[in-house]
Design a binder for this molecule. Structure first.
Ligand code: CP
Length: 301
C-alpha cells in the first residue's frame, strides 16, 4: 500500500512491515548498483532532540539514494522567534522539500497536524516523545530475522525502562503484527508500562530471560523520569543489568540487542555488549538499509 507518511507501526499492515524489511535485506545483499535514485526530490531532517544513529543513518541512506538531505539545526530555527511547528513544515514545503524526517520530545506531535499538511509532503517519525520510533522497530526486527528467519515462535525478552520507551512501544506493535507470542517485558515496578500492545510484564529478570532467544535491553532514559521514578544506577545494574551471569540463563544461541545509546555498566556490561552474542553494531548497520527502504517507499513513484 502507498503511504504518505511513516509515523507509527500502528499505521502499517503486517505485509507493509514485511515488505519494508525484505526490501532492506535485498538492498543490503545486492549493494549500490541496486540502490534507488531519488535525486529529483529534496529532504530535510528536523531533530529537536539529540541523535547519533537515527540522524546519521537517515543521512547516509539519503546519500546512497542520491536524495539531497539537509539537517536543520533546530536550536537556530525561527521557532525560537515564535513560529509554530506547523508553519515550519509548511515553509519547508514551500521551498519544495518533500520529505521531512523529524525527531521531537512531544508524544503527540503528528496526529493533530496531519489534516493540515499538503498531500505531497511526507513525514517520517524519527522518534516522537514516548510514543513511537518505527524505523528502530523495523531495524530491530530485520536484525532478528537475519538470525532467526521464523520469528513467530521466538522467545523475546525486552528489559528496562519500558514505561517511557518509544522503542518498546513500536517493537511491541511490530511483534503483535508478526504474531510473536512470547514477548516478555521485564522492568522494575516503577518502569512497567501502563498499557501494552502485546507481551507479558514481569519484574523478575531471571524468570523473564530464561530460555530467551533474543534479549533487548533498553537505556534507562533518565531524562524522561519523574522525580519519584529514579533508581540508583548500581541497584538497577545489580537487579536488571545484562551481564554474563544473566545471559547464562538465556538460550545458548541467544542474541543480545540494544537500540542505543548504550550506558555501559548500567543496563549492560561491557563484556556482554562487546561479546560474541552481541548484535548491537549489526542493528546500527541495518538501520541504514531500513531507512533507505523507508525513503524509497515514500518517494519512489
Ligand atoms: N536508537 C536511537 O534512536 O539512537 P539515536 O538517539 O542515537 O538516534
Amino acid at each position: 500500500m502507498k503511504h504518505q507518511h511513516i509515523l507509527s507501526i500502528n499505521s502499517l499492515t503486517a505485509l507493509d512491515a514485511k515488505q519494508l524489511i525484505e526490501r532492506a535485506i535485498t538492498l543490503k545483499q545486492r549493494g549500490p548498483t541496486h540502490y534507488p535514485n531519488l535525486s529529483q526530490h529534496s529532504a530535510a531532517a528536523l531533530f529537536y532532540e539529540n541523535s547519533t544513529r537515527t540522524l546519521m543513518s537517515f543521512s547516509l541512506a539519503a546519500q546512497h539514494c542520491k536524495l539531497p538531505l539537509l539537517a536543520m539545526h533546530m536550536q537556530h530555527s525561527s521557532e525560537k522567534k515564535g513560529e509554530t511547528f506547523l508553519d515550519t513544515l509548511l515553509n519547508l514545503h514551500a521551498m519544495d522539500y518533500r520529505l521531512l524526517i523529524i525527531r521531537h520530545p512531544s508524544s503527540d506531535l503528528f496526529a493533530p497536524l496531519l489534516s493540515q499538511l499538503p498531500s505531497d509532503l511526507h513525514l517520517v517519525n524519527a522518534g516522537e516523545g514516548q510514543h513511537e520510533h518505527p524505523s528502530q522497530a523495523l531495524l530491530d526486527m530485520m536484525t532478528i530475522m537475519e538470525h532467526f528467519p521464523a520469528v513467530q515462535h521466538l522467545k523475546i525478552a525486552m528489559i528496562g525502562n519500558i514505561r517511557h520507551s518509544r522503542v518498546a512501544n513500536s517493537f511491541q506493535r511490530l511483534c503483535a503484527l508478526f504474531g510473536i507470542k512470547h514477548l516478555r517485558l521485564i522492568a522494575p515496578k516503577l518502569w512497567q508500562p501502563t498499557q501494552i500492545s502485546t507481551g507479558e510484564v514481569t519484574e523478575n529478570l531471571s524468570e523473564g530471560i530464561k530460555d530467551a532467544d533474543v534479549i533487548i535491553t533498553l537505556r534507562v532514559q533518565e531524562e524522561r523520569l519523574a522525580e519519584h521514578e529514579h533508581m540508583d544506577r548500581a541497584t538497577y545494574h545489580a537487579a536488571y543489568g545484562v551481564t554474563q551471569q544473566t545471559l547464562a540463563l538465556a538460550n545458548p544461541h541467544a542474541i543480545v540487542m540494544h537500540p542505543g545509546p548504550m550506558n555501559r555498566g548500567i543496563e549492560i556490561s561491557s563484556e556482554v555488549a562487546d561479546g560474541p552474542q552481541s548484535c548491537i553494531l549489526k542493528q546500527v548497520h541495518n538501520g541504514v538499509f531500513i531507512r533507505m527502504s523507508i525513503l524509497e517507499r515514500l518517494l519512489a513513484t
